[in-house]
Each structure stands twice: as structure tokens, then as C-alpha cells.
Design a protein around this ligand. Structure first.
Ligand SMILES: [Zn+2]
Length: 81
């Protein structure tokens, strides 16, 4: 199920540039320059996400830029078959 949700988010977030995860591993995207410029709450668990001045909050992790994440996702699916 998480992969389906992720695919929907990718389709909807046309201006999303970079992907991150909240402290609990939920993926979210940051648009504009792709850097953390504002704080928000994870839509899944309410944990603090984002950050200020390009620094991520707490235990957030950077996944990479959109194109990288997409190709990694495809590569993983192909290797799973
Ligand atoms: Zn979360």
C-alpha cells in the first residue's frame, strides 16, 4: 500500500523536487528549490517535518531528488520480479 500512495503523490506533486522521510519513515516532498524552508507536520503521523534555512528538523532524512527517487523505485520493482 505505501508504494501506491507514493505513486499517487508523485503524480499529484508536479512541482515537487526532493523527497524526504519523517522520523517514522513516511515520505513527503518539498517543492520550489527542493530544500527545507518551512516546518510542517507529517500527514501520516503528525511528526515534525521540513525545516528551516535548508536544515532538516529532528530525525528527518533526505531520500533524494525526484528523478533519482523515481528511477530507484523502478529499479527496485524490476529486481523484485
Ligand atoms: Zn510520519
Amino acid at each position: 500500500m505505501p508504494d501506491d500512495v507514493f505513486a499517487q503523490i508523485v503524480a499529484a506533486a508536479s512541482d515537487a523536487r526532493a523527497w524526504y522521510t519523517c522520523p517514522n519513515g513516511h515520505r513527503y516532498a518539498i517543492g520550489n528549490c527542493g530544500k527545507a524552508m518551512e516546518k510542517a507536520k507529517c500527514v501520516e503521523c503528525g511528526a515534525p517535518i521540513g525545516g528551516t534555512a535548508h536544515k532538516l528538523t529532528g530525525d528527518n532524512r533526505a531520500l533524494g531528488y525526484l528523478n533519482e527517487v523515481r528511477s530507484n523505485d523502478m529499479a527496485r520493482k524490476e529486481s523484485d520480479v
